[in-house]
Design a protein around this ligand. Sequence first.
Ligand SMILES: [Zn+2]
Length: 149
Amino acid sequence: MIWGLKEALMGKRRVRLPRSRVKIRANYCCEYCKSQENLSSSPFSIDHIIPLAKNGSNDLDNLALACPGCNNHKFTHTEALDPVSGEIVPLFHPRQQEWAQHFKWSSDYSTMIGLTPTGRVTIIRLKLNRDYLVNLRKALFLTGQQPPF
Ligand SMILES: [Zn+2]
């Protein structure tokens, strides 16, 4: 089938996302777990912070660079239950919030610590302290590559 014909027949338009602009803006790091794309075995994805399924847009203000793990765990979630307060709390929004206001590194830079309810639920929902990430961060720390900047 001719490229685009299926979308045209179904009334959908294929949208080209501004991948390069998103990657440069994110300094080639996952905007959630801060993994570095050049040290990853898989290419990073363009995340819709508010998913298209929840009427999010393709605008730059709704796009973030995400590693495959964060992108998969986030899926279409935009909020999660905070175990401390028992409240449903929005996930971290990389365009509207500052990472350092919601997260910090442990003293050895291997583990992310949530500073706010949003930080806590984002760590839980996206599994930002996945075993292999913690191990990778420890190894990168020994070579001076963790934290990324
Ligand atoms: Zn990530």
